[in-house]
Design a protein around this ligand. Structure first.
Ligand SMILES: Nc1nc2c(c(=O)[nH]1)N[C@H]1C(S)=C(S)[C@@H](COP(=O)(O)O)O[C@H]1N2
Ligand SMILES: [Mo]
Length: 201
């Protein structure tokens, strides 16, 4: 049999370095919506972002205050535990480093919480060091409600369930407590490069 012509495999994405795709993932040009419940619709003027828990003085920002902070635009790859990955997604938001600047805490864990009741837990270390943002803009446009607008957590180096949509705050805690999907058997950490999909992985 003659070798299959490259042309018949389609020309899309032949420029992608396979080293950018974590094990077991496939690329999608789409932006699937995965929500465990209905889409909450909190208008920006009623939205706030809080840092509470193991912190001397809880911090809280209004929408206007969040937008007045230094903004970062990042281009990152995202990986969903249901196996789709999307490369070069562009987001604008505020780094968690900015929001946590000067915070003294004994906490080593955070739980992100959202309108609608969704939660997800992460090591504090994973949301600092330029690795997590409160993102309000996707691809230059206000983040769509189904994708978490007005703002979502963005932690692209972990599976995307850690990137809580409709985020309203993080709670700093000394003890680690599983969030919504972690309580249903998803991996506590969720590193796509180590295929940490389920608790047993
Ligand atoms: N509040 C909230 N955040 C959430 C979810 C959710 O159901 N509720 N789903 C998670 C999961 S499993 C994934 S894969 C991504 C999906 O984000 P998307 O719908 O923008 O693709 O959001 C994560 N954040
Ligand atoms: Mo997911």
């Amino acid at each position: 049999m003659p070798p299959i012509s490259r042309g018949f495999q389609g020309r899309r994405r032949t420029d992608v370095d396979p080293a950018r795709i974590p094990p077991g993932q496939y690329l999608t040009p789409d932006f699937p919506v995965l929500s465990a419940g209905p889409t909450p619709r909190t208008p920006p003027d009623a939205w706030t972002f809080s840092i509470d828990g193991a912190i001397d003085e809880p911090r809280r920002w209004t929408w206007a205050e969040l937008l007045a902070l230094p903004q970062e635009t990042v281009t990152v790859d995202i990986h969903c535990v249901t196996k789709w990955s999307k490369l070069d997604t562009e987001w604008t938001g505020v780094s968690l480093d900015t929001l946590l600047d000067g915070v003294e805490t004994a906490a080593e864990h955070v739980v992100a919480w959202s309108d609608g009741g969704y939660t997800t837990n992460l090591p504090l270390e994973d949301v600092t060091g330029g690795r997590a943002w409160i993102a309000h803009t996707y691809d230059g446009e206000p983040l769509a409600p189904e994708h978490g607008g007005p703002a979502r957590l963005l932690v692209p180096h972990l599976y995307f369930w850690k990137s809580a949509k409709w985020v309203r705050g993080i709670t700093l805690s000394v003890e680690d407590r599983p969030g919504f999907w972690e309580g249903y058997g998803y991996h506590n950490h969720g590193d796509p490069w180590r295929e940490q999909r389920y608790w047993s992985d």
